[in-house]
Design a protein around this ligand. Structure first.
Ligand code: F6R
Length: 240
């Protein structure tokens, strides 16, 4: 694992955006794995600025998002489909059909998970962006005594729902389930950028990178992957 610590969040965001730009330059038809949440917002802003300057094009790219809430349609402002349109897709030239996000409103969620896994098998991800949950989750793979390899429906832990309640009117509105890419799919990608910001993640980032490899901290399994770059700001990296 390569760990890079940044004094300024702005520099971290620029570094991550440059990784995506470099990949698309070398391989315009690259497959990108994307995340939602607060962590990638600055990175997406930098990517949009690069695109506006003509430095990066997604015309031939394909994207896969990690996860989606069960029960929220794509037009719901808190759905991850909406987030991606709002924070990135609406401002770049990714063709309609280039973006893949699991549907949280599919009538048959098991069939939706199988469909997503088929797509992932057809188009291996070149570079996967990951954030880190306070409990060590990546995607919505929550700490557990066992983890699932493929795309699956997961019951969100209360601490995850509480962490995400800030985006909803009340706790009751926070979905209880999500569809997430599995740990097996995440570990199969060619390269990973794990991005962690803020003092409140310092302890979990230490556990994930320097603690034992355990399903109780799903991000610790990234220690087994051959090409992981971890980008932390000083606050998140202070215990490393
Ligand atoms: C989002 C995702 C989650 C988040 C994590 C951190 O698609 O898969 O694992 O990356 O919950 O969220 P933030 O960035 O909001 O702290």
């Amino acid at each position: 694992m390569k760990i890079k610590t940044f004094e300024q969040t702005d520099e971290l965001d620029r570094y991550a955006a440059d990784r995506f730009a470099g990949l698309l330059d070398a391989k315009p038809g690259a497959v990108l794995g994307l995340a939602t949440g607060s962590t990638p917002i600055g990175i997406y802003e930098k990517i949009i600025a690069k695109h506006a300057r003509g430095e990066i094009s997604f015309r031939r790219a394909t994207t896969f998002n990690l996860d989606e809430y069960v029960g929220l349609p794509p037009e719901h402002p808190q759905s991850y489909a909406y987030f991606m349109r709002d924070k990135l897709f609406g401002s770049i030239d990714l063709p309609p059909g280039g973006a893949n996000i699991p549907s949280g409103v599919a009538a048959d969620l098991a069939a939706e998970c199988a469909r997503y896994d088929r797509l992932l098998a057809e188009r291996p991800i070149d570079l996967q962006l990951l954030g880190l949950g306070h409990n060590g989750h990546i995607g919505f793979n929550e700490p557990d005594h066992a983890l699932q390899g493929g795309t699956h429906v997961v019951r969100l832990r209360e601490n995850t729902r509480e962490a995400n309640a800030r985006f909803f009117g009340s706790m009751d509105e926070v979905p209880k389930q999500a569809i997430t890419m599995g740990i097996g799919s995440i570990l199969k990608v060619r390269a990973i950028l794990l991005v962690v910001k803020g003092a409140d993640k310092a302890e979990i980032v230490r556990q994930a990178l320097a603690g034992p490899i355990t399903t109780e901290c799903p991000a610790s399994l990234l220690q087994t992957h051959a090409d992981v770059t971890v980008l932390v700001d000083q606050a998140a990296g202070r215990l490393l």
